[in-house]
Design a protein around this ligand. Structure first.
Ligand SMILES: O=C(O)c1ccc[n+]([C@@H]2O[C@H](COP(=O)([O-])O)[C@@H](O)[C@H]2O)c1
Ligand SMILES: Cc1cc2nc[nH]c2cc1C
Length: 337
């Protein structure tokens, strides 16, 4: 599968993104028109079936192998009082993921996904983005490749999620660097910080932007300076998925922010992604709009871990099942008009 050798090869990949198969897309649209229902009456399920057909390169897509990946990282900025929880919780939750007791373990079982848990150098928090770059070149490349490595040749759908105390702050910085605006526009309550914590987040993001923005001349540099290991890993997984034409279900605010740098360079980068949900993090809706995505669900989630993405998997399964198994007008001898 894909491994990024260096910054240049990642940027080259980004500048040569594969498109979905137009023939399969057309054949799937034509099949939808033959199924026993008024045209368009299955709403977004129809679009999802056609989307899956295009990316899988077949008129009748299949979904047997769903891969979920939860990446975990620690953040220097977490020492600045930007989260309602202490940084130790990142590792403690990774232990919980490994033991099968977290929400994502239960939800992955519900949606029959294979789950990868990927802790990334938890004992070495990234640099505090308000004072220095989050990562070195080598650290950022390693995280991107840890993401790419979760894909297997069988994977037909990928979902990504994360765990990282403090990571709504770098996520807000990435969104601002990609799409403009400041800390005030992009920061929210995360795990539930109070007003003082929110004020510290806004200040941290504004400081980080003042320090790094002029150096953020390509998406690798933006991720390296303003991101975090789990964020870069999600970005690497989602880019590698695109290169293999594997569709992706995005989770919440942080997972969405991970691809903001790619979308700033390639406005159609998220074409292979479906936004599973819009989280309770205030800026998620606007971030999804900037990425060109419409969320499937609005459940007021703000957990991360890939939880919202796992919840959307049954919708993708339903779209594919109806597309593949419904009778046509001719088969069922139903009048078309
Ligand atoms: O997915 C989201 O939209 C989301 C919104 C708020 C918080 N989170 C989770 O909470 C953690 C980050 O929140 P914070 O307050 O520590 O920045 C991190 O582990 C995320 O998985 C996730
Ligand atoms: C307990 C806890 C679980 C999480 N899962 C994802 N982010 C989280 C943050 C906290 C604090």
């Amino acid at each position: 599968m894909i491994r990024f050798a260096d910054r240049a090869s990642l940027l080259a990949a980004l500048d040569n993104l594969p498109a979905p198969c137009a023939v399969s897309t057309g054949a799937a649209r034509a099949r939808q028109a033959e199924l026993t229902k008024p045209p368009g009456s299955l709403g977004r399920l129809e679009d999802i079936a056609v989307f899956m057909a295009g990316w899988q390169g077949t008129a009748v897509p299949r979904l047997h192998h769903v891969r979920g990946a939860v990446f975990a990282g620690n953040h220097g900025i977490a020492q600045q009082g930007v989260s309602a929880f202490p940084p130790e919780v990142t590792r403690q939750m990774v232990d919980n993921f490994m033991a099968g007791g977290a929400a994502i373990n239960v939800l992955a079982r519900c949606c029959e996904a294979q789950l990868s848990i990927v802790p990334l150098d938890l004992d070495r928090p990234t640099g505090d983005i308000a004072q220095e770059p989050a990562m070195s070149d080598a650290e950022c490349l390693k995280a991107l490749n840890a993401g790419a490595a979760v894909l297997t040749p069988e994977t037909q759908l990928l979902f990504v999620g994360e765990m990282g105390i403090g990571n709504t702050t770098p996520a807000a910085a990435l969104a601002a660097a990609a799409f403009g605006g400041d800390g005030n526009q992009w920061c929210g309550y995360g795990t539930g910080v109070g007003p003082d914590g929110l004020a510290r987040k806004i200040k941290a993001v504004d400081r980080a932007l003042a320090l790094h923005h002029e150096h953020c001349t390509d998406p690798f540099e933006t991720l390296r300076r303003l991101g975090g290991r789990e964020i870069a890993a999600m970005a690497g997984a989602i880019l590698a998925a695109r290169l293999h034409r594997i569709p992706v279900l995005l989770d919440g605010f942080i997972a969405s922010a991970a691809i903001a740098p790619f979308t700033a360079r390639q406005p159609r980068f998220a074409d292979h992604c479906i936004a599973a949900h819009c989280s309770a993090e205030a800026a998620h809706q606007i971030l999804l709009e900037r990425l060109g995505l419409q969320p499937l669900l609005r459940l007021g989630l703000r957990l991360g871990e890939g939880s919202g993405a796992a919840l959307a998997v049954p919708i993708i399964r339903a779209a594919i099942a109806t597309h593949g198994a419904m009778a046509t007008f001719a088969e069922a001898k139903v009048a078309r008009s």
